[in-house]
Structure formats: structure tokens, C-alpha cells
Design a protein around this ligand. Structure first.
Ligand code: GLA
Length: 382
């Protein structure tokens, strides 16, 4: 699926050419998992897997959406109102409209066709790509004048309030603000960000998709968030300046360990350590020390598995195949399946992929899909 095909789908369904065609990328995250909703740091990048979205205004106030990959169509009534529907994919688009309206902007009817190559449920944020693309399109069509960071916030609110997924801000931020050949460190509390070049002749990034769809993620994700909040509330009894786990040091957490359940302690410990790992990874990147970045990735994976408990046997297996062989690997994204992100020397790629695929097939009787990814710019007009 690419821009040309989406334009053709649009033409076929709406008998007209779109006024705007948008490319909205998926994302990777080098390190910094489950830190965004804890006010911490993340280190993601936009990638060359994207949603293409073609759109134009409609005069009858209806919303007509076509999801090309699913061959599914949604048409609202003529009240120019958004309603939650059983077609979950349509709620991502409507959530964006709903929140943008709540922010005081007027939006009339819309025709939209979209599709792309961001795999769903693989931890590459296909939903944030869709929301970002939709925001970019309505900003253009209805001349809303929304600055980039406002689009980021509206996309997140749409997903939180309309779709009901209590996600953090990392995914939509990356889809909108990504920059080619750079990872971006976002301070999810202040929303300050800084780009770090990810340029090396020697190393590359590779994704291995376990093929396990992260169905559990919505409910378990919200549970993890609550556990972190519980930890913060307990720690606030001792220091009211603590707003989130970002404000907590490992020592302070250890001191108050006995006041919380073991589960809450382990969730908090993972987050506190993971926030520190992002900062360490930025320093290592600046020094060109990719082996150190990789070690932090392995440590992050161990925390995700043992402390945050969001890994599955398949992703653990993929990381174990990497350990001791390549610079770094870890499960990426919300958890419960999806992709591992692997940092390795370019000269290692062929043999690594061959061996891991064989071992994975022997263990699970299924193949892991390999994605060689490039880091690209964020959302843009085609
Ligand atoms: C999902 C969420 C993000 C982030 C990650 C975990 O992708 O959408 O906000 O919390 O999980 O790092």
C-alpha cells in the first residue's frame, strides 16, 4: 500500500481526487518503555513504515471513512456528530475530530481513505500513525492553524478519551515530530525534546516481529498505570513534591519498599531504572558507544520481563537468541508480544537473521517477520 494506491482507493470511493494526501509514520523506541505516562524520558524515532491517508471536505456534514487494508467502510449520519462505533479503527479518526472540536475548532464533513504498511499489534504504533495523519489532514483541510505540539496533544487525548486507551504521549509525538536519521529524547513531563543523531556505518537496527498480537495490552497497560500511581501516592506520604515516578530515586524507593506491595514496588523500580537508562543511552550515543546502548537495551528487557511483567515467551526467546551475540535487543512497545528491537553490526545481519529464524521456527512452529527499518521524518504532506 502506498500513496498512489490510496489515491486510487479515494477516487474510486468518492469519485473525486483528494485535496490532501498525508504520510504518517509508525515508530520505534530505542529505549524508555512505560516511562512516558510516568513523566519520564523516551528515545523513539519515526520509521519508513507508514499510514497513507487521503482526505477532502464534504459539504453534507457526514464523515465517510474507508480503511483500505481492511476493506471496511464507515459512514456517519448527517448530524455532523461523532459517535463511538463498533468499528474500532473508525474511533481513532473520530477521536481526533472530537478532541479537536472540544479545543474550540470547527470541523465539517470529511471523506477519508487510508491504508499502509505499519503492521497492527506489532508495537509500531499504527494507531498513533493514523491519528497523526488524520490531524495533519484536518489541520490542512479546515485551515485550523494547529501547531505541531498541539496536534500531538489532541491525538493523545483522542485515544485516551474516545478510544479508551490510556496511552502516554510517545507514539503520537514521534509520528509527528520524528526526524530522519535521528532518535529524539522527549521529556514527557515538560515536553522538551532534543534530537540525537543515529548515524553509524557499523551498526543497524532490525525488528523481529514475534507474530504475537498484543491483545492483552489494553487492560494490562491500564493496570500497570494504576500500579505506578499507587506507588506514587504511597511515596507522596513522605515527600509531597513527588508528582510522578520521574521524581523518585532508586534509594528513596528502596527505603519505602516495605510500605507497598511487592508488585507495586517492582513496577516502580522498573520505571525508575528505565528513566535512568534513557539518560545513559543518550550519553552513550553521544560518545558513539553503541555496545553500551545495546547493554542498556538488554537491561531494559530484563526489567520489562521480571519487574514490569509485560513480556511473553516468544519475545523472551528472541532476546535470548540475541544475547551474547549482538550489541543489544529488547521487547519494544506496550508489551505482550509485538516486535523486538535489535541493535547489531551490519556484518552480523544475515547470519543472525538466518539463525534466529531457524531457532524461532523450531521453538514455536512459526516465523518471525524481519523488518529492516530506516529512521525517517515525521508526518508530512505527500
Ligand atoms: C504504548 C503506549 C505508549 C507507551 C508504550 C510503552 O505504545 O501507546 O504511550 O506507554 O506503550 O512504552
Amino acid at each position: 500500500m502506498d500513496a498512489r494506491i490510496i489515491q486510487q482507493h479515494f477516487q474510486r470511493h468518492f469519485q473525486d481526487a483528494p485535496t490532501v494526501v498525508v504520510r504518517a509514520p509508525g515508530r520505534i523506541n530505542l529505549i524508555g518503555e512505560h516511562t512516558d505516562y510516568n513523566g519520564g524520558f523516551v528515545l523513539p524515532a519515526a520509521i519508513d513504515k507508514a499510514i497513507w491517508l487521503a482526505a477532502s471536505a464534504r459539504t453534507d456534514g457526514r464523515f465517510a471513512f474507508y480503511a483500505a487494508d481492511l476493506d471496511s467502510f464507515y459512514l456517519s449520519d448527517d448530524s455532523n456528530t461523532v459517535f463511538q462505533t463498533e468499528k474500532k479503527w473508525a474511533n481513532y479518526l473520530q477521536g481526533v475530530i472530537s478532541e479537536t472540536r472540544l479545543s474550540g475548532k470547527n470541523i465539517g464533513g470529511l471523506n477519508v481513505a487510508f491504508g499502509g504498511d505499519v503492521p497492527i499489534g506489532a508495537g509500531l504504533s499504527s494507531s498513533a500513525a493514523l491519528e497523526s495523519g488524520m490531524l495533519f489532514a484536518i489541520n490542512d483541510i479546515y485551515d485550523l492553524g494547529l501547531p505541531d505540539m498541539e496536534m500531538v496533544r489532541l491525538a493523545q487525548r483522542g485515544e485516551n478519551h474516545f478510544v479508551g486507551m490510556n496511552c502516554g504521549i510517545m507514539d503520537m509525538f514521534t509520528s509527528i515530530m520524528g526526524r530522519a536519521r535521528h532518535v529524539v529524547r522527549l521529556d514527557c513531563r515538560s515536553l522538551e525534546y532534543a534530537y540525537f543523531p543515529f548515524e553509524t556505518d557499523k551498526y543497524t537496527l532490525l525488528l523481529l516481529d514475534s507474530g504475537v498480537k498484543h491483545q492483552l495490552v489494553d487492560s494490562e497497560y491500564n493496570t500497570r498505570r494504576k500500579e505506578c500511581e499507587t506507588g506514587v501516592k504511597i511515596l507522596q506520604h513522605h515527600d509531597l513534591t513527588i508528582q510522578s515516578l520521574r521524581d523518585v530515586t532508586p534509594d528513596f524507593l528502596a527505603q519505602h519498599r516495605h510500605e507497598m506491595s511487592d508488585t507495586v514496588y517492582r513496577r516502580c523500580r522498573f520505571v525508575v531504572e528505565e528513566i535512568a537508562r534513557v539518560e545513559a543511552a543518550c550519553t552513550a550515543l553521544q560518545q558513539g558507544d553503541f555496545e553500551a546502548v545495546g547493554q542498556l537495551m538488554y537491561n531494559g528487557h530484563d526489567g520489562l520481563d521480571q519487574l514490569y511483567e509485560v513480556c511473553v515467551p516468544e519475545t523472551n526467546f528472541l532476546v535470548e537468541q540475541a544475547r551474547g551475540r549482538i550489541a543489544g535487543a529488547r521487547q519494544m512497545g506496550g508489551g505482550f508480544g509485538g516486535c523486538t528491537i535489535n541493535l547489531l553490526k551490519k556484518t552480523q545481519v544475515d547470519a543472525f537473521v538466518k539463525d534466529v529464524n531457524q531457532a524461532y521456527f523450531n521453538a514455536f512452529q512459526q516465523s518471525a517477520t524481519v523488518y529492516n527499518i530506516q529512521i525517517t521524518d515525521g508526518v508530512s504532506r505527500f
